[in-house]
Design a binder for this molecule. Structure first.
Ligand SMILES: Cc1cc2nc3c(=O)[nH]c(=O)nc-3n(C[C@H](O)[C@H](O)[C@H](O)COP(=O)(O)O)c2cc1C
Length: 186
């Protein structure tokens, strides 16, 4: 099954988060990448919402407006790489989730009005690096756990290399600790 790599590492080749992601993904066979810095998606506004609702209502699921959502729903595993920005993650990742979160694609409502996930992924793995220590302010990951629940993804995992901007810290040692956590994920 395909692993979908959602690359929200906005600093591209300079990104330590991307370094960890590439190392983790090297073990996977079939990886498809969505590069959010390159995609530069637009946040949904009134016209875009109205347009999408019209296409949902018409059942026009082959329309390109649903492509990211359908790709996400079909993936066997999800890996999200994003640096720890402003206690969560870059806004491009939230905008991507606006494009992915579509009723009757990634989730739907049952007849008794329960929200039920439609995604096939077995796991959502979140890889990050942070300047300081995340501690109990892991708001980006907490939110993604909620999204995974909504989308029906049963298992979420988190790996972080922390403290990378602290003066005097051994950055490679911090990265190695994250590598050891990644090795345990399989
Ligand atoms: C816009 C921005 C916001 C950041 N916000 C935080 C923060 O809230 N807490 C923190 O510990 N580090 C913060 N950092 C530092 C990054 O988390 C850290 O440098 C990280 O390793 C960057 O990942 P990258 O090398 O993959 O780009 C921020 C950095 C940037 C550029």
């Amino acid at each position: 099954m395909t692993t979908l790599f959602v690359n929200a590492c906005m600093r591209g080749h300079d990104s330590r988060t991307l370094t960890l992601c590439r190392e983790y993904l090297a073990r996977k066979q079939d990886v498809v990448e969505v590069d959010l810095a390159a995609l530069a998606l637009k946040p949904f506004d009134a016209d875009m919402v109205a347009d999408r609702v019209e296409k949902q209502t018409a059942g026009a699921w082959d329309d390109p407006i649903f492509a990211l959502s359908r790709q996400f729903a079909e993936a066997g595993d999800i890996v999200i790489g994003a640096p720890y920005w402003d206690l969560s993650f870059p806004a491009s990742l939230k905008v991507y989730l606006e494009h992915v979160s579509v009723c009757d694609s990634t989730f739907h409502f049952t007849e008794d009005a329960r929200c039920e996930g439609l995604c096939k992924a077995a796991t959502l793995t979140y890889l990050t690096t942070s300047g300081g220590f995340v501690g109990d302010a892991n708001f980006g990951y907490d939110y993604l756990c909620g999204i995974a629940r909504m989308f029906g993804i049963p298992e979420t995992r988190f790996v972080a290399a922390e403290g990378l901007d602290i003066v005097g810290i051994d950055v490679e040692d911090q990265m190695d600790k994250a590598r050891a956590q990644m090795a345990k994920l399989g």
